[in-house]
Write a protein that binds this ligand. Structure first.
Ligand code: AMP
Length: 375
């Protein structure tokens, strides 16, 4: 385990070259680090701001070893890192985050176990491998429920909502490509929230304000900060973050998504990396989720977090680009982040915008009125 401080001039290797790697790199560059990214796509979003790119597949272990040779420390921007690569880097003592966070978050069964082991509330669930088990689990948990592949799903992919026995066949078809499914009770939540935090090697944690997330088509549309929930719900989110972080041994920036039902929370998903719902931290906090992550993995002290009273982040998907830039003059306070991606597919995340304000309710209402937020 790396415990020494890595100062400016050191080289950070990043596996994955999307927007999260790009924003990590921007933070690392202003602190004076060199950055090498490993990604199969030449000129990927991260490579455009990094010092160097190794163009290779994520499971190309020769390339991973080359990245290790050239880096003082390695991190990743997504959870589906090839586990063997993470184990090699951990054994070489240059992956302060370790492989365990990845092992757990790559598999919904292990992820749920970690939540339960941490003493945190989750929706009723069962792991199933056959049609019979699926039918039985859905009947026991009760409809509506949702079936998800244990590995490889994201943004609602690999999920089927089960409203009655008739939907079971569609879910069973996922078993053609997956060995296990998780069946969860469908939660009639009031809100979805997330907490992004950073933990260093010594176990100290800093928490960013809790965000309230609005999804459209299973993709994050907007994050409102602070979440419009009670102090007691915010407190529960903090306690859950601490318990889960300590159970898993998190290092770096990490995010937890939760459902809010009245005054109760249920933990939904873990992300062992900076998170889309934490992008607001770039302008709304004195240190961003990316800079704090770089500090954690380089052994620098974490900055105590101070935040503006309110922020709203809105994702710009391919379909949003033209309408937003057409009304740019009406939104002079929008901070613009574009990721340097080429093809503007309608539902692809191309960038985001962040607004700062004094009150989350007023700011949110203004953005709904201006149709920046879909309502
Ligand atoms: P996930 O990939 O598990 O984060 O799910 C993506 C989205 O699907 C979540 O953000 C929720 O909006 C919805 N969802 C997932 N699981 C459930 C559930 N058990 N009950 C209600 N909604 C869910």
């Amino acid at each position: 385990m790396q415990t020494n401080k890595l100062l400016f001039g050191s080289t950070i290797g990043i596996i994955g070259g999307g927007q999260l790697g790009r924003m990590m790199t921007t933070a690392a560059k202003h602190m004076g680090y060199r950055v090498i990214v490993l990604d199969p796509t030449p000129d990927c979003p991260t490579a455009q701001v990094a010092d160097q790119q190794i163009v290779a597949a994520y499971d190309d272990l020769t390339a991973v070893k080359e990245l290790a040779k050239q880096s003082d420390v390695v991190t990743y921007e997504f959870e589906n890192v090839y586990l063997q690569a993470a184990e090699i880097l951990e054994a070489a003592g240059i992956l302060p985050q370790g492989a365990q966070s990845l092992r757990i978050t790559q598999d919904r069964e292990l992820e749920k176990q970690a939540m339960v082991e941490s003493g945190q509330p989750v929706a009723d669930f069962a792991i199933v491998r056959t049609k019979e088990q699926l039918t039985e689990a859905a009947a026991e948990i009760g409809y509506p429920a949702v079936a998800k592949t244990c590995r490889g799903g994201y943004d609602g992919k690999g999920q089927v909502k089960l409203t009655s026995l008739e939907d079971v066949d569609e879910a069973v078809s996922m078993l053609n490509h997956a060995d296990r499914l998780i069946v969860e009770k469908w939660v009639p939540f009031d809100k979805e929230i997330s907490i992004v935090f950073t933990r260093n090697v010594a176990g100290e944690i800093t928490y960013f304000p809790v965000g309230e997330n609005i999804h459209r088509d299973h993709i994050l549309h907007a994050t409102i900060v602070p979440a419009r929930v009670s102090k007691s719900v915010q407190e529960k989110a903090h306690q859950a973050a601490k318990a889960i972080a300590e159970t898993i041994g998190v290092v770096g920036t990490f995010a937890i998504e939760m459902f809010v039902c009245g005054e109760e929370i249920l933990i939904n998903e873990l992300a062992p990396r900076p998170h889309n719902s934490g992008h607001y931290t770039i302008e709304a906090c004195d240190v961003s989720q990316f800079e704090q992550h770089i500090r954690a993995i380089c052994g620098l002290p974490l900055i105590p977090i101070h935040a503006h009273p309110a922020a709203v982040m809105v994702n710009l998907l391919g379909k949003d680009i033209e309408p937003f830039f057409a009304q740019l003059d009406d939104n002079p306070s929008a901070h613009i982040h574009m990721y340097g991606k080429e093809a503007a597919k309608p539902l692809r995340k191309m960038g985001h915008i962040t607004f700062i304000g004094d009150d989350p309710v007023i700011l949110y209402n203004e953005l709904v009125e201006k149709k920046i937020i879909d309502n």
